[in-house]
Ligand binder design. Sequence first.
Ligand code: NDP
Length: 281
Amino acid sequence: MSAIRIDGKTLSAELREKLKERVNALKARGITPGLAVILVGEDEASKIYVRNKENGCEEIGVKSFSYRLPETATQSELEELIKKLNKDENVNGILVQLPLPNGLDEQKALALIDAKKDVDGFHIENMGKLLIGTEGVVACTPKGAMYMIRSTGIDLSGKHAVVIGRSNIVGKPMSVLLLGANCTVTMCHSRTQNLKEFTKTADILVAAVGKAKFITADMVKPGAVVIDVGINRVDGKVVGDVDYDSVSEVAGYITPVPGGVGKMTITMLLDNTVEAAERYA
Ligand code: NDP
């Protein structure tokens, strides 16, 4: 069997066309959606992510405001900037690129962002809303991954979904979204024993581990939907957590890396920004 590739580039392109229309509708009402992107320090990967996000804004007509703070920035400098942006009517979304340099408190900084402008969906208010199932901002990566799963058209109700990874930004919200879609959800992590016993029974398998080619064909149920969240740099190349070549011989659907979940993450950030501007309007 050769799996159907769930192409993040194609899905993103379709979504971005719809986003452009929503942005134009807002502009017709005198509102240009704005995203403030804060980058602290010199982390090379973060610089690439930030550039991609700013390019995404430009593509669909969202105004991006760039704030670059030096590695030596203090917690209070960062917090003052967030407070200023909370009050700025031209800014609908605020994004603090993570990780922050050592010595800065991420959770304290994120908690200061106005929850309505928290386009990353990391604020405890939005995380809490997700957990209890009321409307809030959903974190971009799980939201994008969920969109990709739904794009298969498979009825998710009663399916066994296995999420590997329990981080606050991917694994936990991903599990809650799958639960909300009536999947039976198993969460696995580094202390899980006999991981393969779980993955082998997964109708939907989400890998958010951070280990290159960690998921191999023998761990996958034939016909499963395999979502690869991982971004790992090996010998200058970006590879996922899934061994794409072997797993695509077993799975029913699979996302590539690059051109998969990463692409969708940025599109969902744009979606959250446009949604924030629509709420403001
Ligand atoms: P974290 O490092 O925060 O979490 C990794 C998770 O994997 C942890 O829960 C850890 O378990 C678990 N894990 C580690 N080793 C094993 C193992 N041997 N068996 C089972 N579970 C294991 O990473 P993130 O969630 O932030 O990111 C995961 C991956 O996704 C990374 O490659 C990251 O770069 C990528 N990513 C991609 C994004 C995108 O846009 N595509 C966005 C965000 C992240 P434990 O909790 O026990 O330590």
